[in-house]
Design a protein around this ligand. Structure first.
Ligand SMILES: [Zn+2]
Length: 435
């Protein structure tokens, strides 16, 4: 008897599974139906399945899509506006440019450009943060990205000119907005910008709403020493302690977390906070070196992020993997500090875990939604393969990604987006910015 599949990835030369054993399978077919991976089998047994869509992967590597757990996708519009400045200098320049171009349309166009860049480079899911999140979400979902985002909070009106009460009203409508936009499932998210832009009282108020909604609570924390100094001088607490005292550590993801004290890390561990490590941005802004090994040894979930294009210039998770691996080795003076398989896991499964989606995405296993990427191994820099995890961290890059599936939907095929016109997106962005 033959069964009908929606899509078969036929005869993958390698499948990097990202399970606990860091398994790598050889010559395997992956059967996809109703958005999910429903079978993973030897090629000889594939004949039990029929399909009209069939992708030959005989010289390819299949792995879970990369998950970028800290970015500001629409800030692709601000690529290159703030060079050679630290975080505080960066914020000054960026906030001025945001006021000029990042209205609702700018946000929408930037999200489309960013989602396209992300998907073409093998990132299938992002934890995003930006103003006008309904426009960012609409733009990203239209391109096919699995996109987690939510209302952003500042005490002041901000470039989107919303007073606090308006932000709360906006938040109340958010679940309905998400439902209407559709797209691949992503959790609700609530996003105070930071402890230096949102007061403890306001943090407590929105944390309570976040918990009622079962949302992910996501904020920038201890990105550099100046931030810590500012928060300490204002409240006599570290940002982490301040969030703990505001009861804001349920389903929480900290972006950056470069300057956590030992006490902070204890709080992070006991509240199961996930840390999104952004080495590209932290290195470029000279924010400091996040100590991945210290956090990992404590049992904290560490995922990876690019940060926005204004601080890291691109949305390249391959470069993030490589920087993160090298930085951990440099900081600890230990070449085995974070093994290559753990780096790949941080960029996939750990990201899913940060978003509460580890049972849904983040590995190539039966029952999971098919967020998968296919890399063409027919490139000089990928021959020979050697250790497949090492290949992914230290040799592969965005241009090796040929096909991308999100929830079983082929959103990139042969390096071409299937839902949008890439040239149109680039033209519209250039026109909006005026360059
Ligand atoms: Zn950020």
């Amino acid at each position: 008897m033959t069964n009908k599949a929606d899509l078969i990835l036929h005869n993958a030369k390698y499948v990097v599974v990202v399970d606990e054993k860091a398994s790598v399978l050889r010559n395997i077919s992956i059967i996809i139906k109703d958005q999910k991976i429903i079978d993973i089998l030897e090629v000889a047994k594939e004949s039990n399945w029929q399909t009209e869509k069939y992708i030959d992967c005989s010289n390819h590597l299949v792995m879970p899509g990369l998950i970028n757990t800290h970015t500001h996708t629409p800030m692709t519009m601000l690529r290159g506006v703030a060079e050679d400045v630290d975080l505080q200098g960066f914020l000054e320049k960026v906030w001025a440019e945001e006021a000029r171009i990042m209205d609702e349309r700018g946000t929408y166009l930037g999200a489309r450009l960013g989602a396209l860049e992300a998907l073409l480079g093998g990132t299938t899911c992002t934890l995003d943060m930006y103003l006008h999140p309904h426009m960012a979400h609409k733009g990203a979902v239209e391109v096919g990205l699995r996109h987690a985002i939510g209302p952003v909070f500042f005490d002041f009106a901000g470039p989107d000119n919303l007073e606090w009460n308006k932000r709360i009203e906006y938040l109340k409508k958010w679940p309905e907005v998400i439902k209407q936009i559709g797209g691949a499932y992503a959790p609700l998210v609530i996003q105070p910008h930071s402890t230096y832009t949102v007061s403890p009282e306001h943090l407590a108020e929105i944390a309570k709403i976040s918990q009622e909604l079962g949302a992910i609570f996501n904020t920038h924390v201890s990105e550099n020493q100046s931030e810590n100094d500012e928060v300490l001088s204002r409240y006599s607490k570290t940002p982490t302690k301040l969030l703990a005292d505001a009861n804001a550590l349920e389903n929480t993801v900290f972006a950056h977390a470069v300057k956590l004290t030992d006490d902070d890390l204890e709080i992070v561990k006991s509240n199961e906070v996930s840390l999104s490590h952004c080495p590209g941005s932290n290195l470029k802004l000279a924010s400091g070196a996040f100590d991945w090994v210290r956090a990992r040894n404590k049992g904290v979930n560490v995922s990876l992020g690019t940060d926005g294009c204004s601080s890291s210039n691109d949305l390249d998770m391959w470069s993030v993997m490589r920087s993160a691996a090298n930085l951990a080795r440099l900081v600890t003076n230990d070449a085995a500090a974070v093994p290559v398989a753990e780096v790949v896991r941080a960029a996939t499964y750990n990201g899913a875990k940060a978003l509460g989606m580890q049972d849904r995405i983040g590995s190539v296993e039966i029952g999971k939604e098919a967020d998968l990427i296919v890399l063409d191994l027919d490139a000089p820099h990928l021959v020979p393969v050697g250790d497949p995890h090492g290949l992914l961290v230290y040799a592969a890059g965005r241009s090796d990604v040929v096909h991308v599936l999100v929830a079983g939907d082929p959103v990139i095929v042969d390096r071409i987006p299937t839902k949008v016109d890439a040239n149109q997106i680039m033209t519209q962005v250039r026109e909006h910015i005026g360059n």
